[in-house]
Each structure stands twice: as C-alpha cells, then as structure tokens.
Design a protein around this ligand. Structure first.
Ligand code: ADP
Ligand code: ZN
Length: 336
C-alpha cells in the first residue's frame, strides 16, 4: 500500500507491507549508502541493497553529534556527493540519525528510511522529524525534512525482541487514544493476533497509526498546534525516561495514564474511559504507573522543550479517540 505525505518543501512516499528485497525498484541513484546498526546488519544484511554500509552503535547512547560527525567522515571517505542516496535501515535511533546526517551533509542529500522496529514504523520514520540528543536534552538538535520514501517491511518484526515490540505498541495505543475510537476497539478485540504478529492484524494497526500521524502532520508539519496532540503521554513520559530506566514506550504508557487521570480530574473524561485505557495498556504488557518523587518530576518537566513560561502544554483526553491541548501552570501540576 502506498501513501503520500505532502510536505511544504518535499513530498514523501510511504510504502506499507512492501519488502526490503524489492526496494531496488524505488532507488534512482546507483551510489547508495546504507546507515544501520550492528544488530540489524547481523540479522538482515542479506536483504540490503548493493551499497556501502556505515554502522552506528546500537542504542540511545549513540544518538548524538559524535555519531553524526563519524557519519560525515565516513561519507567524506566514501566520496559521497549530491548524487549519493542515503538509506537508513534500523530502529528509531538509526532513522533519526540518518535523517539528520543526510539532511545536513552538503546541505542535504536525498534519503530514504526503512524502519525495523514497530516504534519506528508507526512513529519515528513518519513525519520528517529527525535529530539527536545533546547532554540530557532529547532531540534538541535536528531538522524537519521528508525522506524520498519510507518502506515499512513488517518482516523485520519477526526478529524484534518482545520488549521492543511492546514499546511500539505504546505509540499505537497513543494514536488510538487521541484520534481513533475504531483502532482503540480493534486493539481491545485483537490482542492475541497482534501479539502473535499476525500479518493482517499488524498491517491494520500500522496502517491506521501511520494514517493518523500523516493526517495530523499534513495539517501541521512544523508543529504549531494540531501536531502537539501526538505528544499525548509524552510530557510526563519524557520526564520519566530521564529519571528512571524506562524505555520510551513504557514511559509514555505511564505518561498517558497520568494525563488520563488529569483529564478525569478536570471533568473532561469519564473514569470508565480512563480505566479502559489502563486495561489496554496492561493488556499489551506495558506499565501504567510508577513510584516516583514529585519534585524531581516537576523539575524535569520545567526543562521540557514544550514549556511556555511557567505553563506546560498538556494533551488531555475528552473521550476515547479524542484529544485536546490544555495549558496548565507548573504549580497546578504539583497538586496532581
Ligand atoms: P526504537 O525504534 O525503539 O527507537 P532503537 O533504534 O533503539 O529503537 O532499536 C532498539 C533495539 O532493537 C536496538 O538494539 C536495535 O539494534 C534493535 N533492533 C531494531 N530493529 C530490530 C529488528 N528488526 N530485529 C532485531 N533487533 C532490532
Ligand atoms: Zn513517542
């Protein structure tokens, strides 16, 4: 299935359910450079296109400017120029770094992304955001630039560790919670098929989640309003990720539950809907609460990029499948 994301600068094609082995057809350059990580290379390089390969270390620890510099140097050594075409094959980390390196080297080379984790397939590779961390600030350096295409090959998910799969499910649940009651119900009713990696079920949830993101991003590519809804669960989630050893999906699951409880407290959401969200999160093996110290949480929230003065913008729910952006003063947060 092919979808199109019309960006202001460039458009991007998104192929869902195609195989990496058939990618050659999408490539118009004969000077292809693959960026990947050592795990993916070991498991899947047999399906890679004919290309030079640049490896980055697996893990969040390599999502920084040193890795980007390493890539620039390799590109120099390989004689990459404006005719070269970069293909990032990997999880969110590889996709974010590849997009940034390709968008800045020689002021921008053409590139494509082949996301290999569920998280990257439904989120990180879609929407054109890329970038790296600096100190403890996540994604604070980067660009918004669409790849030529994104190829979602669900076959990669067969080798993905279960914890990584659950991580991606958190973003799927998030998208359903903010935008799609029907996806939410599908997730409730098809847990076994989805966790069993049934192709049809995976296709359905990836497709719907990508549609939700494309719909929001096409209306708000540069994040001035609507796109913020995608941050449901992320304000608290990012703070939690900094303070405790949670994965992104685990942290936003807890973040979603905090936001849902705030929504209930403000009279926007019925408590039965908040309980439904909690049940879904638990059904997919994700955590719904954390023990933690309020002061360090508020302190971390104060450092959030999305903060405006002493207020933080929160995405709250006013129903299953419906979200609203609300500004809440830091003081009021302490009470919650
Ligand atoms: P995310 O998409 O969650 O940001 P990362 O890029 O950090 O993920 O990848 C998470 C881990 O999973 C990394 O160690 C990566 O090498 C590994 N990984 C990514 N895709 C696959 C896959 N299809 N099969 C096995 N391991 C994978
Ligand atoms: Zn996220």
């Amino acid at each position: 299935m092919m979808k199109e994301l019309k960006g202001r600068e460039r458009s991007s094609r998104i192929h869902i359910g195609d195989s990496l082995a058939g990618m050659e057809m999408c490539l118009t350059s004969d000077d292809i450079i693959v960026i990947t990580d050592a795990n993916i290379r070991k498991l899947h390089s047999h399906a890679f296109p004919e290309a030079e390969v640049i490896d980055v270390e697996p893990g969040e620890g390599s999502k920084n400017l040193r890795t980007v510099e390493h890539i620039y140097e390799k590109l120099l050594e390989l004689g990459a120029d404006r005719q070269s075409f970069i293909v990032g094959i990997g999880g969110g980390i590889v996709c974010d770094i590849t997009g940034f390196a390709a968008s800045t080297y020689m002021r921008g080379l053409r590139f494509a992304l082949v996301p290999t984790t569920l998280l990257a397939q439904v989120d990180a590779a879609i929407g054109g955001k890329n970038g790296v961390n600096l100190r403890h600030y996540k994604n604070i350096v980067g660009t918004i630039n669409q790849p030529d295409f994104v190829l979602v090959d669900m076959g990669f998910l067969d080798t993905l560790p279960p914890r990584e799969f659950r991580n991606g499910m958190a973003e799927v649940i998030k998208s359903a919670a903010i935008c799609s009651r029907s996806l939410f119900e599908y997730l409730e009713d098809n847990r076994e098929n989805i966790l069993g990696l049934d192709t049809e079920s995976l296709g359905r949830i990836i497709n719907d989640t990508v549609d939700i993101k494309l719909d929001i991003v096409s209306r708000d590519e540069f994040e001035t309003g609507e796109r913020r809804k995608l941050n449901f669960g992320h304000t608290f989630g990012h703070a939690l990720e900094k303070l405790l050893p949670y994965s992104h999906g685990e942290a936003i699951s807890i973040g979603m539950m905090i936001a849902a409880k705030m929504s209930v407290a403000r009279g926007m959401l019925g408590s039965e809907d908040s309980e439904r969200l909690e049940r879904l999160i638990r059904d997919y093996g994700l955590p719904h609460k954390a023990e933690m110290d309020t002061d360090s949480m508020i302190d971390a929230l104060g450092k959030d990029k999305k903060r405006v003065g002493d207020k933080v913008k929160f995405v709250l729910l006013n129903g299953i499948g419906s979200a609203e952006i609300v500004e809440i003063p830091l003081d009021e947060l302490k009470k919650v």
